[in-house]
Design a protein around this ligand. Sequence first.
Ligand code: GDG
Length: 591
Amino acid sequence: MRVTDERLSLTAPSNRQLRADGGGRRTDGTGSDGPTCPNSLIVVSNRQPYRHEYDTAASTAGSDRPATTADAATGTDETVPESTDETDTRPITVDEPTGGLTAGLDPVLQQAAGTWIAWGDGDADFDVTDEHDCVAVPPNDPSYTLQRIALSDEAIDSYYYGFSNRVLWPLCHGFTDLVETRSNDFEWYRTVNERFAEAVREHATADSVVWLQDYHFALASQMIRDRVPQSTTVAQFWHIPWPTSTTFQHCPAGRTLLEGLLGNDLLGFHVDRYAERFLDCVHRYLPAADVDWDRRTVTSGEQTTRVVATPMGIDAESYDQDARSVSASQRSSLFDRYDIARENVIGLGVDRLDYTKGIPERLAAVERFLEWNPSSHGEFTFVQTATPSRTDIPAYERYGEFVRSEVERINQRFGTQAWNPIVYTEDYLSAAELCALYRRADLMIVSPLVDGMNLVAQEYVASSVDGDGMLLLSQGTGAHETLGSHALTIDPTDTDGVARQLERALSLSPAERHLRMNTLRKRVFDGNLEWWMTAQFDWIRRVRNETLRDDATRVADSDAEREFDSNSEADSDSDPDSDSDFDPYERTSSV
Ligand code: GDG
């Protein structure tokens, strides 16, 4: 059983200098012509771009963000700054983001000399900050301010592991049966949102753009709006799906959340259907707010929120380059480590171990495929990496146990001494290893039941530099909107259907595989991270101009009123017979 053509050499030279950890950061200065934010930029996110930790075994044991979780995509910087704590002489290391949004925003912040506000979750974080909890970053070439918010264990348990990930995450993905409401979680969520809003107030000027990331801050925008000058622009990007209005009715404090989000001038989602569902929820549950469906705006009192859909992309060039840079020996050692037969047909799944990602459904389809295709036994290997995350939450723990037991069951059913159909690991792979797998995999199954976007699908495409990989993509992902036409669409709940698409993928002619992959690559490169950020900043500019125009109109109106009033006063001063109860607004309306 072979589907792979003769593959190109894996040692094509890189023409761009990349970080050794393959994190996608450009070190050749090419990032300087990237997207620019209008005005001074303040980013607010749960995760921070740099984390300081004591360099001891104890420091990782005590962290709630172990280096093996995908939530915590980090790479360790080689710099070892000294602790500022005179009593503690242990060296401090700095973790940096290795991918996705944080890595993409970091150069933008550097260029804008802005401010980033985030939860300080490193054990040495507050030993390197000043009296305002601020530290200049990047550590080797400081150009912007990172303000860290200290959160107590109780706050983290309730705000992060509580309302954010026991209520909002399952609810927004439609898993209402997994929503867990615990007393105090929402209050802590509100308190933490307030802490962040206060921090923003300290930095914001009339000129600032505040850009919040994700569902951890549904209340913060309105709190910020109440604290900063009218002309400050407040924007937010919601990275996960927005649920239907029927699902949203199960949301505790749903109206309060909607009101919180309407503090934004701009609210971004990945795809149209999430933006439309948000407007529908506002229409149903906040009847006083005025929804303009054509312009996709909501007006509530004096505040107008523009709702947009801008699908997030990846740093496609970096994945492409990393995939080309992997040496044959690196790939061999990876395959040896996991005991993957080099010559086999390789299917791949890469996920956080999260119940939205459809991993058991995928395994069931692989099992069905193996049932139907005895000739594939010994020749087909499905590699699944699943990095544990949010393990403090029982639903995640149960899910992990189920996935592991399914892998074991299927391997016992079909495996032989020489071959296991499924290679499963919970190791957090380096970006280079990930790209090596992406490049080598003959096909990738991306089967979330629901997903805001799904970056893994895009990463696979960008890393498929030989142009012959095949993508099976769930219709429940945001990525399906742009990639669905040239991927093989799957409904993860239809086991036979996915197995059939797996068979189909393996029987496509090389010409068709190349045709499909080339189109997918064009889409991923055209809509990359830089495109997404430029689109966001263009929208921010636009709503900012609209707000300034509206403000100018309001000022002009009130100036005219004042002028009118003072004329009236002058008139009345000069007219001893004038009525002292005169109401200028009556005159205005009658004019
Ligand atoms: C949320 C939304 C939306 C995973 N294992 C390893 C590793 N990863 C990296 C992948 C990818 C990231 O984790 C996962 O991103 P996804 O987009 O697939 O999913 P979420 O984490 O749920 O992200 C999602 C996204 O936000 C952005 O808006 O697309 O819909 O749910 O980058 O590569 N990275 C490395 N080793 C691993 O073992 N290096």
